[in-house]
Design a protein around this ligand. Structure first.
Ligand code: SF4
Ligand code: SF4
Length: 338
C-alpha cells in the first residue's frame, strides 16, 4: 500500500472513530452479502451455498444508499465468496462514492495481478483473508500452500491494506499452522490477526495448552491495535464466558443477500427486517437489546464495534424490552432517547 494512501486511510479512520464516540446513533460497520455462493466448502462454515446467483448491481446500490442514509461508516463486502460477484468493482466504487470506507473479506482464490489492479482502481481500502492451515485438508482448503502465490501478487500490486487472519480451534488440526501463516504474512508486509473459533458443533471449549501457547505467540506477532481490542479472546481461549454489550442490529448490521437486516452471520432471523424499511426506531431497539449469545460470541468485528459503546447505555433483555413495549412505551421512551 502506498504511503500516501495509508496516511489518508488512517485519517479517515480517525475521523470515523471520533464521530462514533461522539454519537451512538449511526451504524459503524455493515457487512453486506452480494452473493451467497462460494467456490469452497469449509467444514465449520454455515454461510455459503454452491448454486445461488449474484444479486443485481442496482439492488445492491439501493442497499448501499440506504446504509449511507443511516450514516454508516464502513461497509465490508462478504459472502459466500464476494470475488465471484461479476460487478464487485462497481459495488466497491459505489461504497466510496457514498463516502463510506470500503472493505472486503475473501478466501483469496481469485486474486491475479489484473484483478488486484482493478480493485485498486475501484477504491478498495481493506482486504481480509483468513488462512486456516498450511496444507489443505477435509476441513479447509484456505491453505497457505495454495494461496502463497496470491499473497505474493497482493504484496506486489495491492494499494489497499491487507490483513491475514489465522485461526485456532474449531477442528483445525495443526495449531502450529497459525504461526506459519502469521510469519509468512509478516514477511510479505501484511498485518496479521488471529481468531479463536468454536468447535463445529458450536460449543465453546477451552483451547489445549499447545493451542493457547501458539495463540499467544501469534497474537504477539500481529496487529497491536487488534490485540488491544480483543481482550475477549483470552476468555474464549480459556473456554470462559465474556461480559460485554453486543450492539448488533444497530452499530453493527449484517445485510444478507435478500436485503434483510440480521444481528450477524450467526444470528440470522433476528430482527430479519428488510433494510429499506429499517428505521432509527429499529436501530434504537436493537442497540438496547441484550443479546443472549454475547457471552460466548467469537465474532471479532462485532466485539470491536461494541467497545465504542461498552461504557454507556446498559442493555435490557428481549423479554424486558417486549414487556415495556406491551405497556405502550415507545423504544425512545424505554431508552430515554431525545
Ligand atoms: S471460503 Fe468462506 S464462505 Fe466459503 S465456505 Fe469457506 S468460510 Fe465459508
Ligand atoms: S453476540 Fe455475537 S453471535 Fe450474538 S448477536 Fe452479537 S455478534 Fe451475533
Amino acid at each position: 500500500m502506498k504511503k500516501t494512501t495509508f496516511v489518508k486511510l488512517k485519517m479517515r479512520e480517525a475521523s470515523f472513530i471520533s464521530r462514533a464516540l461522539l454519537s451512538s446513533r449511526h451504524p459503524v460497520l455493515a457487512h453486506l452479502i452480494p452473493m451467497r455462493r462460494c467456490n469452497l466448502a469449509c467444514g465449520y462454515c454455515n454461510e455459503y451455498d454452491h448454486t445461488s446467483k449474484p444479486i443485481d448491481l442496482d439492488v445492491i446500490k439501493n442497499r448501499l444508499d440506504k446504509l449511507a442514509s443511516l450514516g454508516t461508516s464502513i461497509v465490508t463486502i462478504s459472502g459466500g465468496e464476494p470475488m465471484m460477484h461479476p460487478e464487485l468493482d462497481q459495488i466497491i466504487h459505489h461504497i466510496r462514492q457514498r463516502g463510506m470506507i470500503a472493505g472486503l473479506i475473501s478466501n483469496g482464490y481469485y486474486f491475479t495481478p489484473e484483478r488486484i489492479k482493478r480493485l485498486n482502481k475501484a477504491g478498495l481500502e481493506y482486504l481480509q483473508i483468513s488462512i486456516d492451515n498450511v496444507e489443505p485438508d477435509e476441513v479447509s482448503r484456505k491453505s497457505l500452500r495454495v494461496l502463497d502465490k496470491k499473497l505474493r501478487y497482493l504484496s506486489e500490486y495491492a494499494d489497499f491494506h491487507v490483513n491475514i487472519n489465522s485461526v485456532i480451534g474449531g477442528g483445525i488440526k495443526n495449531p502450529e499452522d497459525a504461526l506459519a501463516v502469521a510469519k509468512r504474512a509478516a514477511e510479505l508486509g501484511f498485518s496479521t490477526t488471529v481468531g479463536v473459533i468454536h468447535d463445529n458443533d458450536g460449543t465453546l471449549k477451552p483451547l489445549s495448552k499447545k493451542e493457547k501457547d501458539i495463540f499467544q505467540q501469534v497474537k504477539k506477532m500481529g496487529n497491536k491495535d487488534h490485540a488491544r481490542l480483543n481482550w475477549f479472546q483470552d476468555s474464549i481461549a480459556e473456554g470462559k464466558a465474556y461480559n460485554w454489550r453486543c450492539r448488533a442490529g444497530a452499530r453493527y448490521l449484517y445485510i444478507c443477500e435478500e436485503g434483510l437486516v440480521h444481528w450477524c452471520s450467526q444470528q440470522r432471523g433476528y430482527p430479519g427486517i428488510p433494510l429499506e424499511q429499517y428505521t432509527m426506531e429499529d436501530f434504537d431497539r436493537e442497540y438496547k437489546t441484550e443479546k443472549w449469545c454475547a457471552p460466548t460470541c467469537t465474532l471479532q468485528c462485532v466485539h470491536q464495534v461494541g467497545i465504542l459503546d461498552n461504557w454507556r447505555d446498559p442493555q435490557k433483555t428481549p423479554a424486558q424490552m417486549a414487556e415495556e413495549q406491551k405497556n405502550g412505551k415507545s423504544v425512545g421512551e424505554m431508552i430515554g432517547a431525545d
